[in-house]
Ligand binder design. Structure first.
Ligand code: SAH
Length: 220
């Protein structure tokens, strides 16, 4: 990929990205490292070229296979809420999609393990992150609701698709003190929930209403 394509011009330029960062600040995102990632990750390379001019709008956009790239505000909010756990080194991401959330998060932690159930999305995300020089990510094609036992326990787990109830396997794969960020509920009625695993119990906090695609079982 050429430097010009990565840096962006016109509607994908630095000024357009600054406007997005400003908007997220106004909506309450305060972590400077997260805002820096939103400014630096070229979101336009994660969507179809025809949608490139809309890449720095704060909206979800289609990425094929009936899926969407998450809204920048949500990516920033989830990343920020995850990092509040203190030392966050080993992370599991469920729902790689196009890899945008992965690219925002990866340089802020030691390792991201990411699972996607639609094979071509996983393959393309892997290629994009390689082009961006991001190397601390393990990709897997599979059902993320089962977690990824080999690399557990995780300091944090981010789920980018909504189950109806929290997948127990994910809670089990958190270390004590670790956090699971997951949208829960039916389409149109979801809330973003942060679970924190304690010694003998699991804490649950609601972080507000959100809209995600459903978490599905099996692979495609
Ligand atoms: N994180 C992406 C958003 C992806 S949308 C971004 O940054 O834009 C949610 C993704 O979750 C979709 O690609 C969908 O295929 C995937 N998904 C849904 N159920 C899943 C499951 N059980 N395991 C893994 N991925 C799943």
């Amino acid at each position: 990929m050429t430097d010009v394509r990565l840096a962006g011009i016109g509607m994908t330029s630095a000024r357009t990205r600054d406007r997005l960062v400003q908007r997220l600040r106004e909506q309450g995102i305060i972590n400077p490292s997260v805002l820096e990632r939103i400014r630096n990750v070229p979101r336009h390379i994660f969507v179809d070229e025809a949608l490139g001019s809309r890449a720095y709008e704060d909206t979800a956009l289609p990425i094929g296979f009936g899926q969407t790239i998450s809204q920048p505000y949500i990516v920033a909010r989830m990343t920020e809420a995850l990092l509040e756990a203190g030392e966050v080194s080993n992370v599991l991401e469920v729902g790689t999609g196009c890899g945008y959330q992965t690219a925002v998060l990866a340089p802020l932690v030691a390792r991201v393990n990411t699972i996607e159930r639609i094979a071509p999305l996983s393959t393309r995300a892997r290629q994009r992150l390689k082009e961006l020089g991001i190397r601390n990510v393990r990709f897997r094609h599979g059902d993320g609701s089962l977690g990824w036992k080999t690399h557990a326990p995780f300091d944090g787990i981010l789920v980018a698709a909504a189950p109806l109830t929290v997948p127990e396997a994910l809670i089990k794969q958190l270390r004590v003190g670790g956090r699971l960020l997951v949208p829960i509920g039916q389409e149109g009625k979801q809330e973003l929930v942060r679970f924190t695993r304690r010694d003998q119990r699991v804490e649950r906090e609601s972080l507000g209403a959100v809209a995600f695609v459903p978490l599905l079982g099996g692979v495609a």
